[in-house]
Write a protein that binds this ligand. Structure first.
Ligand code: GDP
Length: 348
């Protein structure tokens, strides 16, 4: 997980350390020079020379411990490339760079404090702030909302092949582990295979799947699932939807109709973390076209980069709810910025 990004950040830190060593070396030379300046100041005090007191102040205070703009520009040049190569979306890279610049330029370094540590720690803090900007607790939401209405209707949107059906099954299993009852709605009527796929998950989990024939109106399928849940006192309807149709307009029209008819409590976008900027752009598109409440990123276990997870909530303004970490039903972790940061930065 995140091997590529971790290696890049590690190399980046080493480079900073090397640069720091060079600065230290320069400092030793400067100290020698400083001694000479002190001599000159002494002479200045004794009236032999003029105007050097201010020079020594700059020398000792600013040049030694204040991080200057040039240093930050050099750091950012390397870092921006690393982040872009790791699938962090351009606008998110810009945000990180601007914040880093704001926090580093002019900052005083304490004696013994390493520049590389300051930069890495600040970078971690900024990424964590970006990840935490849109927090949402799925479990709390389900618990609270069920006090007001039953069943809850949760629909899943996103293109095929990214792990959407598996994710629906994982969420079903998770809800059942918490003691809730669920029913699945086979709302991807565009592909016959999608209905069978969901049925297979239903069989394995012992969950009923409401389905119509391929090509049927998905809004009607989900509506039926809601009616079924109402009559049986089932807590949550989890509805699949088509990810692709003949045209994008068809797809959007269909999703809009589903939303209008079935009034979902949550619309969750699912995509795979390994798709990088493609996943981020799809999230943006689905959010703008139909509105999403949050995202689930699958295949995080197979993602060497990690940038998708960093970017998706920033770009959509909606939280990441869960991460898929494997093919088994239990391979689903509730999104936690600290968990992600620990995995990206590890022991760097
Ligand atoms: P859909 O077409 O979007 O419904 O995709 P599927 O649910 O059929 O998943 C496509 C493939 O991705 C399947 O082989 C899944 O087992 C696999 N998959 C789903 N989620 C994950 C995950 O979090 N990690 C890994 N490694 N594979 C996953």
């Amino acid at each position: 997980m995140f091997k590529f990004l971790k290696e890049k950040l590690s190399a980046f830190k080493k480079k900073l350390e090397k640069r720091e060593e060079e600065i230290e070396k320069k400092k030793v030379e400067e100290r020698k020079e400083e001694k000479e300046v002190r001599e000159e100041v002494k002479e200045e005090r004794e009236g032999k020379k003029v105007g050097l007191l201010s020079k020594i102040k700059t020398f000792v205070v600013e040049r030694e411990i204040v991080i200057d703009e040039k240093q930050v520009e050099d750091i950012l040049e390397d870092l921006e490339i690393i982040l872009l190569e790791s699938d962090v979306a351009f606008e998110v890279v810009e945000e990180i760079a601007a914040k880093l610049k704001e926090r580093l330029v002019g900052r005083r370094r304490k004696i013994g404090e390493k520049l590389s540590d300051i930069v890495i720690n600040e970078l971690k803090t900024i990424i964590q702030e970006i990840l935490d900007a849109n927090r949402f607790d799925f479990d709390e939401f389900v618990q609270t909302r069920l006090r007001e209405k039953r069943p809850l209707n949760i629909i899943f949107v996103g293109v095929n092949g990214t792990g959407k059906t598996t994710t629906i099954a994982k969420i079903a299993k998770r809800l059942m582990d918490f003691g809730y009852s669920v029913v699945l709605a086979a709302g991807d009527t565009f592909r016959a295979g999608a209905i069978e796929q969901l049925e297979e998950h239903g069989r394995r989990l012992g969950v009923k799947v409401i389905k119509h024939k391929p090509g049927a109106d998905p809004a009607a399928v989900i509506y039926d699932a809601i009616k079924h849940a109402e009559s049986k006192g089932i807590d949550v309807v989890l509805a699949d939807t088509a990810g692709r149709m003949h045209t994008k307009k068809n797809l959007i029209d269909q999703l809009e109709k589903i939303k209008r008819v079935t009034k979902p409590d949550l619309t969750i976008f699912v995509d795979e973390s390994i798709a990088g900027n493609d996943a981020v752009e799809r999230a943006r598109m689905f959010n703008e076209a139909v509105g999403i409440d949050g995202s689930i990123l699958t295949k995080i276990d197979a993602d060497p980069k990690g940038g998708t997870a960093i970017s998706i909530s920033y770009v959509t303004g909606r939280p990441v709810l869960f991460l898929g970490t494997g093919q088994e039903y239990d391979d689903l972790v509730k999104f936690d910025s600290k968990w992600l940061i620990d995995r990206i930065f590890g022991d760097i």
